[in-house]
Design a protein around this ligand. Structure first.
Ligand code: UDP
Length: 471
């Protein structure tokens, strides 16, 4: 079936040695030793990592970099992306919301399960033709969970990696986990981003906590000088400034990139290059609460402080009908604002024609921001938070999901109740009027990410867990 075919994602080797300059020789050596240990036990086998998309969202963002580093560690790793039809992805998006504690619009009945299983059965046939006994298959998220039962007799080790979850189980999460449980029981090991996300019925001794990570050298996070940041934002039509230098960046494969597409913006005018920006970069997903950021800014920031708000998300793709609704609702709300407020808010859709270009636009926006927000209602980890912290930005974010694992005392501002628009606005106003605190939080934030969320640690923990799996 055309909807059930896997596609292989090419990933170029990335030099692990480069990480030493960021994380220090000791951490670098520890990773090399762990990789050597694993390689010895795994000789002759292949590590398969299977996800639902090659671009857009945090899983793809991380795999782009991590798969490249694993190649450099001399391991045979292949990245596969499953195929599915819109009905399948509607089910998995629904599961995603449920596991974050939010009831969705669908009902998970026998028909839904049958369709989910059919699509994954077709993908599994393809996968079974590729794997060999002794290989390891790392499945990511609910989209791939239904592959696990098909792999039980293939002699491979199956690990299921969840990037989602929420601290408090409720009726929605129970429905979501009940749907996945029959499939997940066939996995040999489990990885979660946070202990509180793990459902009680999973065997604790086969479950590990591994937090996500950023890659300092990826287009998303690489250093960009202020001049290049300006040139990139001007070239993409995100700020009103003359393009003074070439908007160049380093692509993931090491080549040189140039901004070739413009963003689509809904705005009265574009911000000037020196206006302080509050920025949130998110998918157009209701749980990211872009509309809430807008309301908070309109009511509690615009009347009291300088600066503009930029809400940026990916340009819409046809397979994200929910994204189109969320964005349209934001635009409608924007139109309803008084013009003095409206002219201080920009809604931007970033071109997605090229993954690296999209990444560098996010990078430039985050670097240019005076303050970054992540006002999510639920969050598996919130990679955008680590990305902004790495860039030395002060972040104001909801204390939900994995965000409090990242923002600790003095490394950003946590707002306890994600629906508290006034608290959000007040935190933003406070920072907009206090450059010294912004500077201080930003410096501590960068160090926090260096200590805990750079890719070498992610790889080290995987190497340790996979070595244990083979023992
Ligand atoms: N992102 C992007 N372009 C966009 C919006 C988001 O590249 O227009 C990236 C963002 O930089 C981050 C990822 O998508 O790397 C989102 O990860 P996060 O964990 O914040 O949320 P998720 O989308 O996985 O729920």
């Amino acid at each position: 079936s055309p909807t059930g075919r896997l596609s292989a994602v090419p990933a170029t080797a990335r030099p692990v040695a480069a990480l030493a300059a960021v994380v220090g020789e000791q951490r670098h050596a520890r990773l090399l030793a762990a990789a050597r240990d694993f390689r010895t036990r795994f000789a002759g086998h292949t590590l398969w990592t299977v996800s639902s998309t090659a671009s857009g969202g945090s899983v793809a963002e991380m795999l782009q970099a991590l798969v490249g580093y694993v190649r450099d560690l001399d391991l045979d790793i292949r990245w596969l992306v499953i195929g599915g039809d819109p009905g399948f992805f509607a089910v998995t998006k629904h599961l995603h919301h449920l596991l974050h504690g939010f009831p969705g619009r669908l009902t998970l009945g026998p028909d839904t399960a049958a369709h989910y299983e059919d699509v994954l059965a077709a993908n599994a046939q393809d996968l079974l033709g590729r794997v060999h006994p002794g290989d390891i298959v790392l499945l990511h998220d609910p989209q791939t969970a239904g592959l696990a039962p098909w792999l039980t007799h293939a002699g491979v080790h199956v690990v299921w990696r969840s990037h989602v979850g929420c601290d408090l189980q409720n009726a929605a999460t129970r429905d979501g986990w009940a749907f996945l449980r029959p499939y997940l029981q066939h996995a040999d090991a489990y990885v979660f981003s946070r202990r509180a996300f793990v459902p009680a019925w999973l065997p604790a001794e086969r479950t590990r906590i591994i937090t996500p990570s950023i890659d300092p050298f990826a287009p998303k996070n690489q250093d960009l000088s202020p001049a290049v940041v300006r040139a990139v934002l001007a070239a993409a039509g995100l700020i009103d400034a003359p393009v003074t230098g070439p908007p160049v960046y380093r692509r993931l494969d090491g080549g040189t990139g140039l901004i070739a597409h413009r963003a689509t913006v809904v705005a009265e005018t574009l911000p000037g290059p020196d206006e302080p920006l509050v920025v949130q970069v998110s998918r157009w997903d209701p749980l990211k609460d872009m509309a809430g950021v807008m309301r908070s800014f309109a009511e509690y920031v615009a009347p009291y402080a300088q600066g503009r708000l930029v809400l940026a998300g990916p340009a819409l793709v046809s397979d994200d009908p929910e994204g189109a609704l969320v964005r349209a609702a934001c635009v409608q709300r924007w139109r309803g604002l008084p013009s003095a407020v409206r002219e201080r808010i920009v809604l931007a859709s970033l071109p997605v024609d090229d993954v690296d270009e999209n990444a560098v636009l996010v990078n430039a926006l985050q670097r240019h921001a005076a303050v970054v927000t992540q006002k999510s209602l639920a969050e598996g980890f919130g990679l955008t938070v680590a990305e902004a912290m790495w860039k030395g930005r002060p972040v104001v974010a909801s204390a939900v999901g994995g965000i409090p694992d990242q923002i600790t005392e003095g490394t950003g501002v946590l707002v306890p109740d994600p629906s508290d628009l006034a608290a959000f606005g007040m935190a933003l106003c406070g920072l907009l009027s206090d450059p010294a605190t912004r500077e201080q939080l930003g410096a501590a934030a960068h160090e926090r990410v260096r200590t805990a969320f750079v890719g070498d640690l992610h790889l080290l923990r995987y190497a340790e867990m996979l070595t244990a799996l083979l023992s």
